[in-house]
Every structure is written in C-alpha cells, then in structure tokens.
Design a protein around this ligand. Structure first.
Ligand code: HEM
Length: 94
C-alpha cells in the first residue's frame, strides 16, 4: 500500500498544484488511487481539491467561484465553522 498523502501537511500543499490534484482525481494516481472520471466531473473535481485544501494551512483557497452545489454547501459550512471557532475562542478567553 503506498503512503496516503498527509493532507494536513503544509509542505504537501505547497508542492502540489490545483491542476495536478484535479488530474489525479479524474485519472487516478499510482496503483490504488482510483480514477473518478465518469463519476466526478471536472467542476466537482475542482471542488474536491478545494475540500482537500481545507485540511491544510489557511489561505489556500482554490481561486474562482464554485459551480456546483457541493462547492456552495462546503463554503457555507466553512463559514459556519469559522464563526463557531470565533465564538468558542471568545468564550474561552483566547
Ligand atoms: C472522491 C474520493 C477521493 C478523492 C477526492 C481523493 C483525493 C486524492 C488526492 C487529491 C490525492 C493526491 C494525488 C496527488 O498526489 O497528485 C490522493 C491520493 C491517493 N488516494 Fe485518493 N481520493 C479519493 C478516493 C480514494 C480511494 C477510494 C482510495 C483507495 C481505495 C484512495 C487512495 C489514494 C492513494 C493510495 C493515494 C496516493 C497515491 C500515490 O501517491 O501513489 N483515494 N487522493
């Protein structure tokens, strides 16, 4: 089994371009990462890359608006998460 990438690693994010990750999702990578072409269209692949970016350091947002429901919903959840995080910090005095 190849090493599954550590999506929380800043170095991993820095060394992998959005376009490269979109291609890996659509075409597969190595022997175990399956190709999702046919099940996932390029717009959704782009949103999945944006999702993978949320595990990395802040400020890595994929540029341009999302064109799928998944992307819109993910953006809403991300905003809610940031608001809850802000409230939790305010309550704990940090
Ligand atoms: C829609 C679901 C999935 C998404 C969005 C996804 C996303 C990714 C991404 C972005 C990478 C990094 C590719 C790169 O370095 O260029 C990756 C690698 C990998 N994924 Fe997935 N993945 C998915 C499902 C799966 C599944 C179901 C498996 C296993 C059965 C899997 C196994 C792997 C493995 C083994 C790698 C490392 C490949 C290598 O570097 O040789 N992934 N995945």
């Amino acid at each position: 089994m190849p090493v599954i990438p550590d999506f929380t690693s800043p170095d991993w994010h820095k060394t992998h371009q959005d376009s490269q990750l979109v291609m890996s999702i659509l075409e597969g990578k190595g022997t175990l990462m399956p190709a999702w072409r046919g099940k996932v269209d390029p717009n959704l692949a782009r949103d999945l890359v944006a999702f993978v970016r949320t595990f990395g350091p802040a400020g890595l947002a994929v540029s341009g608006p999302s064109t799928t429901d998944f992307g819109t919903r993910m953006k809403q959840l991300h905003q809610q998460w940031e608001e809850l995080d802000r409230q939790a910090r305010a309550l704990s005095g940090h």
